[in-house]
Every structure is written in C-alpha cells, then in structure tokens.
Design a protein around this ligand. Structure first.
Ligand SMILES: [Fe+2]
Length: 334
C-alpha cells in the first residue's frame, strides 16, 4: 500500500531523524514531521493514518504521547522509534496500544515494511469498524440476530472462540440462576459473555491460530483483545453492565491480570464470576497447544488457583454448583 492520500506523522526531537524518515517515506505517503509532541498533538486534526514517534523526548515521554493520541484518535496506528531495544518501555508501549517499534539506526526497508504492516492493520480495523457500525445500527431493533452476526464474525477468524463463547455464556446463566442473580441481569450478562472475545476481530489471524507458545510480543497483542472488544461494544445500549465482562474477564484476583491489573474486589463482580467459567471451559477443551483436563481435574485446578487467579469466596460459592452440574451430566451436554 502507499498513496499520497495516506498521512504519516514523524515525531522526533532530532532533526536528522525527522529528515531521514521524511526521505524514506515521502515517495509513498504525505509526511509531516514534528520536533515537539505538543505540535504533533495539535496536528491530529489533519487525521493522520500512522504516527512514528520517538520513545524518549525532552518535553513529553513517548509513552505519554502515545496515551494522548490513543485517547484522541484511537484508530491511528503508532510505531515507536527506540534508540536501543529498551524492552520494558517497548512492551509498555505495545500494551498501551502501539502497533510496533523500530530501532535506531533504522534502514529504509525496515521503516517501509513497518509502515505498510501498520497501515494494513489500520485498514482491517477500519473495515471491521464499518462492518460493526452497520451491525450496530440493527442492534436495538434486533439484538439477538446482531449478537449472532458478531459471533459469526469472530468465528470466521477463530472457530474455537465462537463455540467457547456459546458454552461459557450458557454456563454463566445456569450458574447465575443458582446463585441468585436476577433474570434481567442474566439477560445482559448472557449477551456480554457471548461477545466477550469479540475483540479478537482486531488481532492478527497468524497469532490467533498459532500452534505452540506465543512470543512476548505476540502475547502483548493478544492481551489487547478485551480493550478492543470493549471499544467495539461500548456504544451499544443492550449490554450495559455486561460490558465489564468484556473488558475485565482477564483480570486476576492477585492483580496479575490484564488490561488494567485490577485487584480483588476492584474487579467488577460479573467479570470475577465469568473469569472462573472462562478458565473452566478453556481447561476442559482440547486446544492445539495442550490436551484437555477432565471436569474433576479442572475443578481441582480452579480450587488451587483460589486467591491467585480467582476470587476465593466466589470459588467457594460456585464449586458446589459445578459438582452438581457434573453429577447431572449438564456440563457434558453444553
Ligand atoms: Fe478472552
């Protein structure tokens, strides 16, 4: 890809870096260079498609700048420029929504390839956003059909996720009934649980379908899915408090989860409950990278993770119901 309608910003406090980036990019893109973050932020009204930014600058940290850009224009892709491979800042940047990074001194091909990949991804995201916008308009008229359509959209990318979402949402309702959650809340929770991994629409297929362990870089990408899902669904009115399930289903009781690293009761109740169900279903399903646990083994594992991954009092509350489900054969039928 490359056309002069695509706008690329370069932000670096070194003039020489600005100029060499301009030379590399100017044949394919419309390039604007900035020496100060404040100027680049003011320039956001020009609607850039992509921003290269230095990770360390005098007046504002590159990470702070990234945060501001993502708040003002969430769909702009950002690539960090680092002087040396500073792993912790780079991971932090990826976690905060940067697409990639390049290391100084960089070569022409490295810059162009990074730009191309970022712009491809931006196109995908914009396309999904358009599709979702169309679907969203139908939401309040017919949310059941819309939910199915969104689930199918995820299914097309990652077939495991669609089935997993169906099972976990049904289990959440069954369990919710037994622990006294109201019918109206359960309707919302059911819809949100069906869509809890919708953010995977925004993750590259090569990562979603990868067999074998993920690199830290790939894992950081996966970790963006709750936030992407939340951003997709936030404008809908039919999910309301169910959105907590989408955004916080990977938080952990011991604060080692993501995206926000919340601790204990800071994690909203439906997300704490759903995290147990989500993990249970993942454990009892065969995946390409590991074999499944039996029902009993999964329950044992959940009890073992009490106080670490899961809210201990919630585990105590739901385990007897899991055991009852197992006895009834309900879990096999899901
Ligand atoms: Fe997830």
């Amino acid at each position: 890809m490359g056309n002069k309608e695509t706008t690329v910003f370069v932000l670096d406090d070194e003039k020489s870096v600005q100029e060499s980036m301009r030379m590399i990019l100017k044949d394919k893109y419309q390039v604007f260079t900035f020496g100060r973050p404040e100027e680049a932020l003011a320039g956001l009204s020009l609607d850039p498609d992509l921003i290269f930014t230095d990770i360390r600058m005098f007046s504002m940290d590159g990470l702070q700048f990234l945060g501001k850009v993502k708040k003002m224009k969430p769909q702009v892709e950002v690539i960090m420029i680092t002087a040396y491979p500073d792993f912790s800042s780079t991971l932090q940047a990826l976690r905060s929504g940067a697409f990639d990074y390049i290391v100084k001194p960089f070569g022409k091909d490295q810059v162009l390839e990074a730009a191309e990949r970022a712009l491809q991804r931006r196109n995908q995201v914009m396309e999904s956003a358009r599709m979702i916008q169309d679907l969203r308009e139908a939401v309040d008229l017919n949310y059941e059909a819309t939910t199915r359509a969104l689930v199918l959209a995820v299914d097309a990318k990652d077939s495991y996720t669609a089935e997993h979402s169906r099972r976990t949402s049904e289990l959440l309702v069954e369990l919710g009934k037994r622990i006294g959650i109201s019918h109206s809340k359960l309707i919302t929770y059911h819809r949100a649980a069906e869509l809890h991994d919708i953010g995977k629409i925004g993750i590259e297929e090569s990562i979603l379908r990868k067999e074998g362990p993920l690199t830290p870089f790939e894992f950081e990408k996966i970790k963006q899915h709750p936030l992407i899902g939340y951003q997709i669904l936030r404008p809908t009115t039919f999910l309301r408090e169910g959105l907590d399930i989408v955004l916080y289903h990977h938080e952990r009781h011991d604060d080692k989860g993501y995206p926000e690293g919340l601790k204990g009761k800071q994690i909203p109740f439906p997300a704490r409950l759903f995290a147990i169900i989500d993990a249970y279903d993942a454990m009892t399903t065969e995946r390409c990278y590991r074999s499944k646990l039996s029902l009993g083994e999964a329950i044992e594992e959940i009890i073992k993770l009490k106080g670490e991954q899961f809210d201990p009092s919630l585990v105590d509350l739901v385990v007897p119901h899991f055991l009852k489900f197992e006895k009834d054969g309900y879990l096999h039928r899901l």
